[in-house]
Design a protein around this ligand. Sequence first.
Ligand code: NAI
Length: 346
Amino acid sequence: MSAKMTYPIPATLIPGDGIGPEITDAVRLVLAAMGSPFEWDEHQGGLGAIEAGGDPLPPATLDSIRRSKLALKGPLTTPVGGGFRSVNVRLREEFGLYANVRPVRTVIPGQRYGNIDIVLIRENIEGLYVAFEHYIPVGDDPHAVAISSGVNTKAGSRRIMEFAFDYALKNGRKKVTVVHKANVLKALTGIFLNAGQEVAKSYAGRVQMDDRIIDACAMQLVLNPWQFDVIVTTNLFGDILSDEMAGLVGGLGFAPGANIGHSAAIFEAVHGSAPDIAGKGVANPVALLLAAGLMLEHVGRGDLAQLLRAAINSTINQDNVRTRDMGGTASTQEFTKAIIRRLPSA
Ligand code: NAI
């Protein structure tokens, strides 16, 4: 079944921090077993890169992504408060990765919510998340007032709307819901909603458009998630909603993400480096495996992505091999071997 064709240049692989090396090993093994088109050019990023050379995003890593235009990235630890700036945010800016695609699909049936199939598209480089922040001193307190500015542009809003509607059309989706807070943040998120209304006109009759205010959307996702198909929203709202949506399908262990731009695409799990379980061999590699599935789709190998998803489903639901977070006892390695057994032989 394997593709004998390889991707023309080795894809960049950043194992990352915490559980990153354990789950990227799992993905490498599974992809190799299914004859995927990727060869890997491994580079460091995050805390590991600081320890090795003092820079959380070394030039060699950036050069590799510039060459390959394609990367799979393990989670990277970002210090809270002080410390270095998020490497994830820097990567998005450096490569203009303006669209963050986060599909959530039910993997384990029979949970609180069944048959979930929603795609969240998050604007990835604008909004409040750009973190243009400063303090204003008052008296002898240098941090008396904290200010953060959000930036949304007409061009950036239009670009993400076009991406979302185009994605819906190409993937057989019927509806795009624009999520905003234009009743209060009238400028910042009004510009975003307006772009959605404009772009929707050229998709009339092919893709429907509606809109929700972020707080109502958060509630409706819990009450009746089946009403949503594709959601497009601003950077910070997307950050929050995507974790909520991961909760609908059993948690962060099942949520992959793709960061797409004109000059590169970087694939990752939505979850972080899970320092509490790092090195214990118990991490669930499914989210990063599903991210590798999105990467296969990105290079036109949706056939392999489907085989990969089928093997994950059979391992969990028929063989009942599960990691601890899924209520099982399998180690990362045992789970990985079980998935490989479920792949059609290469
Ligand atoms: P986290 O997602 O790393 O962990 C939250 C909880 O989920 C923990 O109890 C963890 O054990 C569990 N968990 C996460 N992934 C799991 C997996 N694959 N298998 C089993 N259990 C899993 O979030 P947290 O603790 O807030 O962040 C830790 C670090 O990760 C921080 O430095 C944060 O900045 C960074 N982070 C990085 C991201 C990225 O690189 N894309 C995304 C989110 C957080």
